[in-house]
Design a protein around this ligand. Structure first.
Ligand code: SAH
Ligand code: SF4
Length: 356
Protein backbone atom coordinates (compact mmCIF):
# COMPACT_ATOMS: atom_id res chain seq x y z
CA UNK A 1 0.00 0.00 0.00
CA UNK A 2 1.03 3.54 -0.69
CA UNK A 3 1.94 5.29 2.57
CA UNK A 4 1.45 8.86 1.36
CA UNK A 5 -1.82 8.25 -0.51
CA UNK A 6 -3.84 7.75 2.67
CA UNK A 7 -6.21 10.31 4.15
CA UNK A 8 -6.80 10.86 7.85
CA UNK A 9 -10.10 8.96 7.68
CA UNK A 10 -8.37 6.03 6.01
CA UNK A 11 -5.67 5.92 8.68
CA UNK A 12 -8.38 5.98 11.35
CA UNK A 13 -10.17 3.07 9.69
CA UNK A 14 -6.90 1.19 9.33
CA UNK A 15 -5.81 1.54 12.97
CA UNK A 16 -9.34 0.63 14.11
CA UNK A 17 -9.06 -2.60 12.07
CA UNK A 18 -5.86 -3.27 13.95
CA UNK A 19 -7.72 -2.86 17.24
CA UNK A 20 -6.13 0.50 18.05
CA UNK A 21 -7.71 3.79 19.23
CA UNK A 22 -8.32 6.59 16.78
CA UNK A 23 -5.57 8.85 18.14
CA UNK A 24 -2.98 6.49 16.65
CA UNK A 25 -3.94 7.91 13.24
CA UNK A 26 -3.14 11.40 14.50
CA UNK A 27 0.22 10.20 15.78
CA UNK A 28 1.05 8.60 12.43
CA UNK A 29 0.15 11.79 10.57
CA UNK A 30 2.30 13.87 12.91
CA UNK A 31 5.28 11.65 12.15
CA UNK A 32 4.70 11.77 8.41
CA UNK A 33 3.91 15.44 7.89
CA UNK A 34 5.08 17.36 10.95
CA UNK A 35 8.31 15.58 11.81
CA UNK A 36 8.75 14.18 8.31
CA UNK A 37 9.61 10.70 9.50
CA UNK A 38 8.33 7.71 7.53
CA UNK A 39 10.44 4.99 8.99
CA UNK A 40 8.11 2.99 11.26
CA UNK A 41 10.94 2.01 13.61
CA UNK A 42 11.44 5.68 14.51
CA UNK A 43 7.80 6.24 15.48
CA UNK A 44 8.53 5.53 19.09
CA UNK A 45 5.18 6.53 20.55
CA UNK A 46 3.43 3.71 18.65
CA UNK A 47 3.32 0.21 20.23
CA UNK A 48 5.91 -2.11 18.69
CA UNK A 49 3.42 -4.74 17.42
CA UNK A 50 1.42 -2.00 15.67
CA UNK A 51 4.59 -0.68 14.06
CA UNK A 52 5.42 -4.16 12.83
CA UNK A 53 2.02 -4.64 11.16
CA UNK A 54 2.11 -1.16 9.69
CA UNK A 55 5.58 -1.75 8.32
CA UNK A 56 4.28 -4.76 6.50
CA UNK A 57 1.17 -3.06 5.13
CA UNK A 58 2.85 0.26 4.29
CA UNK A 59 6.53 -0.13 3.44
CA UNK A 60 8.23 3.28 3.86
CA UNK A 61 9.33 3.66 0.23
CA UNK A 62 10.50 7.07 -0.97
CA UNK A 63 11.21 8.67 -4.32
CA UNK A 64 14.91 8.29 -5.03
CA UNK A 65 16.86 11.19 -6.45
CA UNK A 66 18.56 10.09 -9.67
CA UNK A 67 19.94 13.42 -10.81
CA UNK A 68 19.70 17.13 -10.10
CA UNK A 69 20.38 20.06 -12.39
CA UNK A 70 20.21 23.83 -12.14
CA UNK A 71 19.51 26.52 -14.70
CA UNK A 72 22.28 28.91 -13.66
CA UNK A 73 20.01 30.66 -11.18
CA UNK A 74 18.47 29.10 -8.13
CA UNK A 75 15.97 27.00 -10.10
CA UNK A 76 16.59 23.35 -9.37
CA UNK A 77 15.33 20.37 -11.28
CA UNK A 78 15.11 16.92 -9.72
CA UNK A 79 14.88 13.62 -11.53
CA UNK A 80 13.33 10.94 -9.30
CA UNK A 81 13.19 7.19 -9.70
CA UNK A 82 9.92 5.45 -8.77
CA UNK A 83 9.58 2.03 -7.18
CA UNK A 84 8.98 0.40 -10.58
CA UNK A 85 12.06 2.02 -12.16
CA UNK A 86 10.17 4.75 -14.06
CA UNK A 87 11.41 8.33 -13.80
CA UNK A 88 9.71 11.67 -13.23
CA UNK A 89 10.79 15.27 -12.78
CA UNK A 90 10.04 17.97 -10.24
CA UNK A 91 11.27 21.55 -10.38
CA UNK A 92 11.83 24.01 -7.54
CA UNK A 93 11.39 27.59 -8.70
CA UNK A 94 12.58 30.34 -6.39
CA UNK A 95 10.85 33.64 -5.74
CA UNK A 96 10.97 35.79 -8.80
CA UNK A 97 9.06 38.92 -9.73
CA UNK A 98 9.45 38.21 -13.43
CA UNK A 99 8.09 34.69 -13.15
CA UNK A 100 4.99 35.74 -11.28
CA UNK A 101 4.61 39.20 -12.75
CA UNK A 102 4.77 40.78 -9.29
CA UNK A 103 7.10 41.05 -6.32
CA UNK A 104 6.79 37.89 -4.30
CA UNK A 105 8.59 35.61 -1.89
CA UNK A 106 6.94 32.47 -3.14
CA UNK A 107 8.84 29.27 -3.64
CA UNK A 108 7.08 27.03 -6.11
CA UNK A 109 7.30 23.36 -6.90
CA UNK A 110 6.32 22.07 -10.31
CA UNK A 111 4.92 18.57 -9.81
CA UNK A 112 4.57 15.73 -12.35
CA UNK A 113 1.28 13.82 -12.44
CA UNK A 114 2.02 11.00 -14.91
CA UNK A 115 4.99 9.15 -16.35
CA UNK A 116 5.00 10.43 -19.92
CA UNK A 117 1.87 11.86 -21.50
CA UNK A 118 -0.72 10.54 -23.92
CA UNK A 119 -1.70 13.90 -25.40
CA UNK A 120 1.21 14.23 -27.79
CA UNK A 121 1.44 18.00 -28.16
CA UNK A 122 3.90 18.44 -31.02
CA UNK A 123 6.25 20.82 -29.18
CA UNK A 124 6.50 18.97 -25.86
CA UNK A 125 9.19 16.62 -24.57
CA UNK A 126 6.92 14.90 -22.04
CA UNK A 127 4.85 13.13 -24.62
CA UNK A 128 7.64 12.09 -26.98
CA UNK A 129 7.79 8.56 -25.65
CA UNK A 130 4.05 8.29 -25.07
CA UNK A 131 2.25 7.60 -21.83
CA UNK A 132 3.53 5.03 -19.33
CA UNK A 133 1.28 5.30 -16.29
CA UNK A 134 -0.53 7.53 -13.84
CA UNK A 135 1.24 8.61 -10.67
CA UNK A 136 -0.41 7.70 -7.40
CA UNK A 137 -1.46 10.51 -5.06
CA UNK A 138 1.42 9.48 -2.78
CA UNK A 139 3.95 9.89 -5.59
CA UNK A 140 2.70 13.45 -6.10
CA UNK A 141 2.74 14.22 -2.38
CA UNK A 142 6.22 12.73 -2.10
CA UNK A 143 7.60 15.11 -4.76
CA UNK A 144 6.64 17.92 -2.40
CA UNK A 145 8.15 16.21 0.67
CA UNK A 146 11.37 15.17 -1.07
CA UNK A 147 12.01 18.54 -2.70
CA UNK A 148 11.49 20.28 0.65
CA UNK A 149 13.86 17.81 2.31
CA UNK A 150 16.53 17.98 -0.41
CA UNK A 151 16.46 21.76 -0.74
CA UNK A 152 15.87 22.69 2.90
CA UNK A 153 13.32 25.20 1.60
CA UNK A 154 9.75 25.62 2.67
CA UNK A 155 7.53 25.48 -0.40
CA UNK A 156 4.46 27.67 -0.43
CA UNK A 157 3.14 27.27 -3.94
CA UNK A 158 2.43 24.26 -6.13
CA UNK A 159 1.90 24.06 -9.87
CA UNK A 160 0.79 20.78 -11.44
CA UNK A 161 2.72 21.55 -14.62
CA UNK A 162 5.33 18.84 -14.70
CA UNK A 163 5.20 15.77 -16.85
CA UNK A 164 1.75 14.48 -17.74
CA UNK A 165 -1.80 15.74 -18.06
CA UNK A 166 -3.12 16.26 -14.51
CA UNK A 167 -6.79 16.13 -15.46
CA UNK A 168 -6.31 12.75 -17.16
CA UNK A 169 -5.35 11.44 -13.71
CA UNK A 170 -8.21 13.23 -12.01
CA UNK A 171 -8.93 11.05 -8.98
CA UNK A 172 -5.32 10.71 -7.89
CA UNK A 173 -4.75 14.42 -8.52
CA UNK A 174 -7.69 15.41 -6.32
CA UNK A 175 -6.59 13.01 -3.62
CA UNK A 176 -3.07 14.52 -3.68
CA UNK A 177 -4.50 18.04 -3.55
CA UNK A 178 -6.68 17.04 -0.60
CA UNK A 179 -3.69 15.63 1.30
CA UNK A 180 -1.40 18.59 0.52
CA UNK A 181 -4.17 20.96 1.57
CA UNK A 182 -5.19 19.15 4.78
CA UNK A 183 -4.46 20.65 8.18
CA UNK A 184 -3.03 17.29 9.25
CA UNK A 185 -0.86 17.29 6.10
CA UNK A 186 1.39 20.02 4.67
CA UNK A 187 -1.56 22.43 5.01
CA UNK A 188 -0.98 24.39 1.81
CA UNK A 189 -3.91 26.63 0.81
CA UNK A 190 -5.83 25.53 -2.28
CA UNK A 191 -5.37 29.03 -3.70
CA UNK A 192 -1.64 28.28 -3.74
CA UNK A 193 -2.11 25.33 -6.06
CA UNK A 194 -2.50 25.61 -9.82
CA UNK A 195 -3.61 22.82 -12.12
CA UNK A 196 -2.46 23.22 -15.72
CA UNK A 197 -4.35 21.41 -18.46
CA UNK A 198 -4.19 21.04 -22.19
CA UNK A 199 -7.95 21.49 -22.11
CA UNK A 200 -9.92 18.41 -21.01
CA UNK A 201 -13.40 19.91 -21.00
CA UNK A 202 -15.35 17.36 -18.90
CA UNK A 203 -12.72 17.42 -16.15
CA UNK A 204 -12.55 21.22 -16.16
CA UNK A 205 -16.30 21.18 -15.44
CA UNK A 206 -15.78 18.56 -12.75
CA UNK A 207 -13.09 20.72 -11.14
CA UNK A 208 -15.41 23.72 -11.29
CA UNK A 209 -17.98 21.77 -9.28
CA UNK A 210 -15.80 20.71 -6.40
CA UNK A 211 -15.32 22.95 -3.42
CA UNK A 212 -11.56 23.63 -3.24
CA UNK A 213 -10.45 26.96 -4.67
CA UNK A 214 -7.59 25.56 -6.75
CA UNK A 215 -6.40 27.73 -9.59
CA UNK A 216 -6.71 26.75 -13.21
CA UNK A 217 -4.26 27.35 -16.05
CA UNK A 218 -5.13 26.42 -19.62
CA UNK A 219 -2.45 25.62 -22.19
CA UNK A 220 -3.95 27.53 -25.08
CA UNK A 221 -1.01 28.08 -27.46
CA UNK A 222 -3.25 28.90 -30.41
CA UNK A 223 -5.94 31.48 -31.08
CA UNK A 224 -7.71 29.54 -33.84
CA UNK A 225 -8.70 25.90 -34.17
CA UNK A 226 -6.43 25.62 -37.20
CA UNK A 227 -3.28 26.80 -35.41
CA UNK A 228 -4.06 25.04 -32.15
CA UNK A 229 -5.09 21.86 -33.96
CA UNK A 230 -1.73 21.74 -35.71
CA UNK A 231 0.26 21.62 -32.51
CA UNK A 232 -2.21 20.13 -29.99
CA UNK A 233 -4.10 17.01 -31.12
CA UNK A 234 -6.45 17.40 -28.11
CA UNK A 235 -8.01 20.37 -29.90
CA UNK A 236 -9.79 17.98 -32.27
CA UNK A 237 -11.65 16.46 -29.35
CA UNK A 238 -12.25 19.71 -27.47
CA UNK A 239 -12.12 22.65 -29.88
CA UNK A 240 -11.63 26.21 -28.68
CA UNK A 241 -15.31 27.14 -28.48
CA UNK A 242 -16.11 24.27 -26.11
CA UNK A 243 -12.94 24.83 -24.12
CA UNK A 244 -13.67 28.50 -23.57
CA UNK A 245 -17.25 27.71 -22.52
CA UNK A 246 -15.86 25.40 -19.83
CA UNK A 247 -13.40 28.12 -18.76
CA UNK A 248 -16.21 30.63 -18.49
CA UNK A 249 -18.13 28.21 -16.30
CA UNK A 250 -15.06 27.72 -14.09
CA UNK A 251 -14.59 31.46 -13.63
CA UNK A 252 -18.31 31.90 -12.93
CA UNK A 253 -18.49 29.15 -10.33
CA UNK A 254 -15.20 29.84 -8.58
CA UNK A 255 -15.30 33.63 -8.87
CA UNK A 256 -11.67 33.40 -9.73
CA UNK A 257 -9.42 34.62 -12.53
CA UNK A 258 -7.78 31.89 -14.60
CA UNK A 259 -4.57 31.87 -16.62
CA UNK A 260 -4.13 31.17 -20.30
CA UNK A 261 -0.66 29.92 -21.07
CA UNK A 262 0.57 30.75 -24.53
CA UNK A 263 3.95 29.48 -25.67
CA UNK A 264 5.42 31.65 -28.39
CA UNK A 265 6.69 29.44 -31.21
CA UNK A 266 8.39 31.12 -34.15
CA UNK A 267 6.26 31.33 -37.30
CA UNK A 268 3.63 29.05 -35.80
CA UNK A 269 1.63 31.23 -33.41
CA UNK A 270 3.71 34.40 -32.93
CA UNK A 271 2.32 36.57 -35.75
CA UNK A 272 0.80 39.91 -34.71
CA UNK A 273 -2.59 38.98 -36.17
CA UNK A 274 -2.62 35.97 -33.84
CA UNK A 275 -2.27 38.34 -30.91
CA UNK A 276 -5.36 40.26 -31.99
CA UNK A 277 -7.30 37.00 -32.44
CA UNK A 278 -6.13 35.76 -29.05
CA UNK A 279 -7.29 38.95 -27.34
CA UNK A 280 -10.73 38.81 -28.93
CA UNK A 281 -11.10 35.06 -28.34
CA UNK A 282 -10.46 35.37 -24.61
CA UNK A 283 -12.17 38.72 -24.01
CA UNK A 284 -15.32 37.19 -22.51
CA UNK A 285 -13.31 35.45 -19.78
CA UNK A 286 -11.70 36.95 -16.69
CA UNK A 287 -8.20 35.71 -17.40
CA UNK A 288 -4.56 36.63 -17.58
CA UNK A 289 -2.54 35.60 -20.60
CA UNK A 290 0.91 34.31 -19.71
CA UNK A 291 3.30 34.38 -22.67
CA UNK A 292 6.14 31.88 -22.45
CA UNK A 293 8.95 31.91 -25.03
CA UNK A 294 9.23 28.39 -26.41
CA UNK A 295 11.98 26.29 -24.95
CA UNK A 296 13.75 24.37 -27.69
CA UNK A 297 13.52 20.57 -27.32
CA UNK A 298 16.27 18.36 -28.68
CA UNK A 299 14.99 16.40 -31.63
CA UNK A 300 12.12 18.81 -32.41
CA UNK A 301 12.27 21.56 -35.01
CA UNK A 302 10.27 24.29 -33.29
CA UNK A 303 12.07 27.56 -32.54
CA UNK A 304 11.76 30.39 -30.06
CA UNK A 305 11.03 33.78 -31.64
CA UNK A 306 13.61 36.51 -31.06
CA UNK A 307 12.97 38.93 -28.21
CA UNK A 308 11.71 41.76 -30.41
CA UNK A 309 8.99 39.54 -31.74
CA UNK A 310 8.01 38.39 -28.25
CA UNK A 311 7.72 41.99 -27.10
CA UNK A 312 5.71 42.91 -30.18
CA UNK A 313 3.25 40.10 -29.46
CA UNK A 314 2.87 41.30 -25.88
CA UNK A 315 2.33 44.88 -27.03
CA UNK A 316 -0.29 43.80 -29.59
CA UNK A 317 -2.18 41.84 -26.94
CA UNK A 318 -2.17 44.78 -24.54
CA UNK A 319 -3.22 47.16 -27.28
CA UNK A 320 -6.20 44.91 -27.93
CA UNK A 321 -7.13 45.23 -24.26
CA UNK A 322 -5.87 41.91 -22.90
CA UNK A 323 -4.23 41.45 -19.52
CA UNK A 324 -0.92 39.81 -20.37
CA UNK A 325 2.61 39.16 -19.14
CA UNK A 326 5.72 37.79 -20.83
CA UNK A 327 8.12 35.49 -19.02
CA UNK A 328 11.51 36.95 -19.82
CA UNK A 329 14.03 35.09 -17.73
CA UNK A 330 16.09 32.40 -19.35
CA UNK A 331 16.75 30.80 -15.99
CA UNK A 332 13.20 29.58 -15.89
CA UNK A 333 13.45 27.74 -19.16
CA UNK A 334 14.02 24.69 -17.12
CA UNK A 335 10.62 24.95 -15.51
CA UNK A 336 8.77 25.36 -18.76
CA UNK A 337 10.10 22.20 -20.24
CA UNK A 338 9.47 19.36 -17.90
CA UNK A 339 10.12 16.02 -19.50
CA UNK A 340 13.42 17.03 -21.03
CA UNK A 341 15.73 15.97 -18.23
CA UNK A 342 14.09 12.56 -18.13
CA UNK A 343 14.46 12.23 -21.86
CA UNK A 344 18.14 13.20 -21.78
CA UNK A 345 18.93 10.85 -18.95
CA UNK A 346 17.00 7.96 -20.49
CA UNK A 347 18.86 8.50 -23.76
CA UNK A 348 22.21 8.50 -22.01
CA UNK A 349 21.27 5.39 -20.02
CA UNK A 350 20.38 3.69 -23.28
CA UNK A 351 23.70 4.77 -24.78
CA UNK A 352 25.69 3.71 -21.73
CA UNK A 353 23.62 0.61 -21.24
CA UNK A 354 23.50 1.31 -17.51
CA UNK A 355 21.37 3.05 -14.91
CA UNK A 356 23.88 5.38 -13.22
N1 SAH B 1 -0.26 18.66 -19.49
C1 SAH B 1 -0.48 19.91 -18.85
C2 SAH B 1 0.56 20.26 -17.80
C3 SAH B 1 1.98 19.94 -18.11
S1 SAH B 1 2.73 20.87 -19.42
C4 SAH B 1 -0.60 21.01 -19.88
O1 SAH B 1 -0.34 20.76 -21.04
O2 SAH B 1 -0.99 22.10 -19.48
C5 SAH B 1 3.01 22.44 -18.62
C6 SAH B 1 3.17 23.58 -19.59
O3 SAH B 1 4.45 23.54 -20.25
C7 SAH B 1 2.12 23.60 -20.68
O4 SAH B 1 1.61 24.88 -20.86
C8 SAH B 1 2.92 23.16 -21.87
O5 SAH B 1 2.31 23.53 -23.06
C9 SAH B 1 4.25 23.82 -21.60
N2 SAH B 1 5.36 23.31 -22.41
C10 SAH B 1 5.56 22.05 -22.85
N3 SAH B 1 6.71 21.98 -23.57
C11 SAH B 1 7.23 23.22 -23.59
C12 SAH B 1 8.40 23.80 -24.17
N4 SAH B 1 9.25 23.07 -24.86
N5 SAH B 1 8.61 25.12 -23.98
C13 SAH B 1 7.76 25.87 -23.26
N6 SAH B 1 6.66 25.39 -22.67
C14 SAH B 1 6.39 24.08 -22.85
FE1 SF4 C 1 1.08 16.38 -22.36
FE2 SF4 C 1 0.92 18.90 -21.48
FE3 SF4 C 1 3.06 18.06 -22.90
FE4 SF4 C 1 0.71 18.35 -24.10
S1 SF4 C 1 1.94 19.98 -23.14
S2 SF4 C 1 2.09 16.58 -24.33
S3 SF4 C 1 -0.71 17.71 -22.50
S4 SF4 C 1 2.45 17.36 -20.86
Amino acid sequence: MDLLSQTKEEWEARVAEMGQPKFRAKQILEWLYLRRVRNWAEMTNLPAPLRASLEEAFPPAALAKVRESGAGDATRKFLFGLADGQMIESVLIPASPAFYGEASDRRTICISTQVGCAYGCKFCASGLDGWKRNLTAGEMVDQFLQVEALSGEKINNIVFMGMGEPLANYDNLMRAIGILNAQWGPGLGARHMTVSTSGLVPQIRQLADQSLQVRLAISLHGATDVVRGEIMPVNKKYPLGELLDACEEYVGKKKQRITFEYILIRDVNDMPEQAALLASLTRRIDAKINLIPYNVVEGLDWQRPEEGRQEAFLAALRKAGALATLRREKGHDIAAACGQLRLQVEKSFAAEGSVN
